[in-house]
Structures are given as structure tokens and as C-alpha cells.
Design a protein around this ligand. Structure first.
Ligand SMILES: Nc1ncnc2c1ncn2[C@@H]1O[C@H](COP(=O)(O)OP(=O)(O)O)[C@@H](O)[C@H]1O
Ligand SMILES: [Mg+2]
Length: 405
């Protein structure tokens, strides 16, 4: 099939996935597949799980990351089983900011972008479908329309818990456009897309003095104040910050610790209470997974500052240390060359292996045990059988892993 045909087919497929209906009709969908109302955390976990999880020699292998991330199995298992999984089950860890911490070029950004691209694709599948109030700039969860005092009844009938309150803009729209008839509010299926700013956001720190909190939380559109008469009219507000746009999906917070503290407190209120403050409105509820990352040096400076204690206790740190397996390191190089424009250049046999050996040796600490040398240690780590040593020794050695920043 040539590319033009494929483009046409893609457009047709996309068209088929579209859905639009009233809130009453949406409830019919929920009766059949309550899963469409899952939280952002739960969606991320289910996406990883649906791709398949295998267990090889006691280590979990996640198909979602295979072929893309190498040598990070232990870190991934920890991240998924200690954060994504319990967070998906609404346990308390989801209330902490997830911070990936590790050396530069260790694969943190790659991991996060795999999650982002994954979510975009997952929202096209039946199992990852997401619905939102039509015309809402934050693609608000339609279930927020159900008033607080009916939520227990709703849970009884549908088995779905509702978190969060209707945003000020939709409170107003409900009244003015729908005459308070909740059942008539239009709902549509949405497809996550970073390019279209639907459910996927990225925040990167710039100059701390000039960066505006509006980048995160949106801002007043002064040109419309004359029309609406007041700064507290939600129609005069642009809900276009990264936190607004990432609602229902995930937001990547790059190099979090380079950022001014005031930004972090907004994040904290979002992860802890599920809402954040913007303009002169009541709190805005949002449901999104926030993944921040930082390198080790900055993290060390951050925790050594007493002033940061409160923040620190609300962050869950997931270490992403360097890969320490030669074979996996070789795969990283192969991948990087394959993806480059020099993929056709001849490379002498064993070149990448030697380069990988060199890298790994610089990452390993000198062994404490007298009878093992660095080369043996390296081979043990790579899963080779080394005379006189066994896997128990590896665990012993692993305690001495050195993380280089
Ligand atoms: N464990 C890994 N598996 C696969 N590729 C990796 C790994 N670590 C680093 N890379 C590659 O190295 C480059 C830099 O990684 P990146 O994700 O930007 O690191 P970080 O954000 O931690 O500084 C990327 O091209 C990435 O593909
Ligand atoms: Mg990075």
C-alpha cells in the first residue's frame, strides 16, 4: 500500500473512532465498560500491563519498554510495582510527585517520552478510550457533572468512584447552555495528543525570574474582560497552562529541581488534593500523572537544603541509575546507530562491545571483596558464569553500585 492510501485509511480509521453524544448516552457506555472512567494513573498502568509482562529468571520484563530501553529492568520493575501499580489502585503514593532521578543520559527522558507516545496510541484503542465534556478546554471528566450528594448513589449503581468537582467554566456552561440539564450536556471521545495539547503536556524550566506561573495554570485573557465584565468570569480565563492541558493524561516536568519553588507548590497541591488554584476561581480539579525528572547532582543539592524538607517528604524518588550490563549497553549503542544517519557505515567487529566494556568499567566501583577484580565483576553483572562466584555474590556486589552524575 503506498503512503497516500495509508493516509486515507488512517483518516477513515480515525473517523470511525469518533463518538459524540449526550451525558445520558455516555452513561450507557459506562454501564457496559466502566473502565473508560478510570483515572489517569490507572490508564498508564493498564497501558503497560496490556502490552504484556513476562517473568524471566525472577525479573519482570515489560514488553511496553522492550526494544527501546535496555538494562533498566530493575528500575522499571521498581517504578511500576512501587508507583504505577499502587497509584492505579488509588493508594496513597499517587499523592506524591514522582521524580525520576539518575545520571545524565541514563534514559530518563526516553522513558517519559515512551509513556507519552504510548498514551497517545492507547487512547485510540477500545481499552484506553477516554471521554470528556465537549468543548471544554481542559477536557473535563463528564462524571464531574454528577453533584456531590448523588455520588454515593452513583457508586452503588455503577461501581465507579468520582473524584473532583466541576470546573468553574463548566458550572457556568451547564447553567447557561444546558439550563442545568446535566443529562443533555454533550460528551465526546477524546484522543490524547501532545501536538494538539490534549491530555499530554511538558513543562520545562526557563529563567526562574521571568517564568510565569501562567505557563502551568493558564491566565486571564485581558482582551475579553470588556466583554465579560470581570476577571473572575471563567470565560475571560484561558485554561491553557500545561496543567490544564495535561488533564486526563500525563505531564512531564523536565529538570524539576531547576525550577522556582512556587511552581513546585502548585504541583504539590495537584498531586495531593487533586486540584490547583488558578486566577480568581474556586479550585480546579485535575486528574493527571505528573512525572518529573532530575539529575543526581541537583537532587543532592536539593535534599541537603533544610528548607526543602517539606517538599522532599512529598516526593517519591525513583532512581534510574546507569545500566551496568555490557550486553545491554551494546544494545543501546546499536539502537542509537540504527536511528542515526550513519547506520550504513561499517563498524569493525567487537567495536561496540569494547566501547560498552569500557563504559561499564568506568561505572563499576572497585570490588570490596579481595578475590574478585573489576573485569570479573563486570562479567558477573552481565550474567556470565565466573569461576568461584554465583548470583548471591551479585546481590552482594549490587549494594555497592555507584551512580555517576
Ligand atoms: N537504558 C537505555 N536504553 C536505551 N537507550 C538509552 C538508555 N539510556 C540512554 N539511552 C539513549 O541515550 C540517549 C540519552 O538518553 P536520555 O533519555 O535523553 O537521558 P536522560 O534524560 O536521562 O539524560 C537517548 O538517545 C537514549 O535513547
Ligand atoms: Mg533528559
Amino acid at each position: 500500500m503506498d503512503i497516500l492510501k495509508k493516509i486515507e485509511k488512517f483518516r477513515e480509521d480515525e473517523q470511525k473512532l469518533k463518538w459524540e453524544g449526550t451525558f445520558a448516552e455516555y452513561l450507557e457506555i459506562l454501564k457496559e465498560t466502566p473502565l473508560v472512567a478510570q483515572s489517569a494513573h490507572s490508564r498508564v498502568y493498564n497501558m503497560i500491563r496490556d502490552a504484556g509482562i513476562e517473568e524471566v529468571n525472577g525479573t519482570k520484563k515489560y514488553n511496553f519498554f522492550s526494544g527501546q530501553l535496555f538494562g533498566l529492568e530493575d528500575s522499571l520493575e521498581r517504578l511500576i510495582e512501587e508507583y504505577f501499580h499502587p497509584a492505579a489502585k488509588r493508594l496513597d503514593v499517587r499523592k506524591r510527585i514522582l521524580l525520576l532521578m539518575g545520571p545524565v543520559s541514563g534514559g530518563k527522558s526516553t522513558l517519559v517520552s515512551l509513556l507519552k507516545r504510548g498514551l497517545e496510541n492507547y487512547s485510540l484503542k477500545d481499552s484506553g478510550a477516554i471521554y470528556a465534556i465537549k468543548g471544554c478546554p481542559m477536557h473535563e471528566d463528564p462524571l464531574h457533572l454528577i453533584p456531590q450528594y448523588l455520588r454515593d448513589d452513583f457508586f452503588e449503581e455503577y461501581g465507579i468512584r468520582i473524584e473532583g468537582n466541576l470546573s468553574p467554566l463548566n458550572v457556568m456552561r451547564l447553567e447557561q447552555e444546558y439550563g442545568n440539564r446535566i443529562e443533555d450536556v454533550m460528551v465526546e471521545r477524546i484522543f490524547l495528543s501532545e501536538d494538539k495539547r490534549v491530555g499530554i503536556g511538558t513543562f520545562s524550566p526557563s529563567d526562574p525570574k521571568s517564568q510565569d506561573i501562567a505557563d502551568l495554570t493558564g491566565s486571564i485573557d485581558f482582551s475579553t474582560i470588556a466583554e465579560y465584565g470581570s476577571e473572575s468570569d471563567p470565560r475571560a480565563y484561558r485554561f491553557d497552562g500545561e496543567l490544564n492541558k495535561a488533564n486526563r493524561g500525563m505531564m512531564e516536568f523536565q529538570e524539576m529541581l531547576k525550577c522556582d519553588e512556587k511552581f513546585l507548590w502548585h504541583l504539590l497541591s495537584l498531586t495531593q488534593e487533586g486540584n490547583f488554584k488558578a486566577g480568581r476561581f474556586a479550585l480546579i480539579s485535575a486528574d493527571e500523572l505528573i512525572v518529573a525528572h532530575t539529575n543526581e547532582t541537583e537532587y543532592k543539592a536539593f535534599i541537603s537544603n533544610k528548607k526543602n524538607e517539606a517538599l522532599h517528604s512529598r516526593i517519591i524518588v525513583m532512581p534510574i541509575p546507569y545500566n551496568l550490563k555490557v550486553t545491554e549497553e551494546e544494545k543501546i549503542y546499536e539502537k542509537m546507530i540504527r536511528e542515526s544517519d550513519v547506520s550504513d557505515v561499517h563498524i569493525a567487529p567487537h567495536t561496540l562491545r569494547v566501547a560498552a566494556i569500557f563504559s561499564i568499567m568506568t561505572r563499576l566501583k572497585d570490588p570490596k571483596k579481595g578475590d574478585i577484580d573489576l573485569v570479573k565483576k563486570m562479567r558477573l553483572y552481565d550474567g556470565e558464569n565466573v569461576e568461584g562466584f554465583n548470583s548471591a555474590d551479585i546481590n552482594e556486589l549490587k549494594k555497592n553500585i555507584k551512580m555517576k552524575a
